[in-house]
Design a protein around this ligand. Structure first.
Ligand SMILES: [Zn+2]
Length: 149
């Protein structure tokens, strides 16, 4: 995805999420086939690769990884454009750069991480792509236990 397009989408992700844009350059955004994404993101075993439902990911800049965003190259993945997936993943980048302990993946923080990213992606679809508001949503890949009352 061209850098100018990434910067435009980053402005939108920042506006929607409320996170300021840091001084660092945003990570590169690569388009990949569903098979390539499954190979990287669902690499546990052949069955999880076959049933992989991941359509994009942000790779954190931790040792052994190169910071980047990879998104599905299909023009319409289950109703989501590459731009809206990029807004979701760029929101993760903004969280990573703005949160005090970005490598903490405990619950309910992990739920908050996905909630904010899904909210940004859906808001982009409604405000910029003029899609109908979703009837509901959840945060796939994240299940946190409810706090005990
Ligand atoms: Zn996410």
């Amino acid at each position: 995805m061209p850098v100018s397009q990434v910067k435009s989408l980053l402005l939108i992700a920042s506006h929607i999420s409320g996170y300021p844009i840091p001084s660092e350059a945003p990570p590169p955004v690569y388009l990949a086939t569903p098979q390539e994404i499954a190979h990287e993101a669902c690499a546990d075993d052949p069955l999880s690769q076959l049933s992989c439902s991941i359509i994009g990911f942000y790779e954190y800049p931790i040792p052994g990884q190169t910071e980047r965003i990879v998104i599905d190259n299909n023009p319409d993945v289950a109703g989501h454009s590459a731009n809206s997936i990029a807004v979701h993943e760029l929101t993760h980048w903004l969280q990573y750069r703005n949160w005090k302990n970005p490598d903490d993946h405990s619950c309910p923080r992990e739920f908050l991480r996905e909630y904010q990213a899904y909210l940004a992606g859906f808001t982009y679809e409604v405000q910029y792509e003029h899609q109908a508001p979703p009837e509901g949503f959840d945060t796939p890949q994240v299940s946190c236990p409810w706090p005990k009352s």
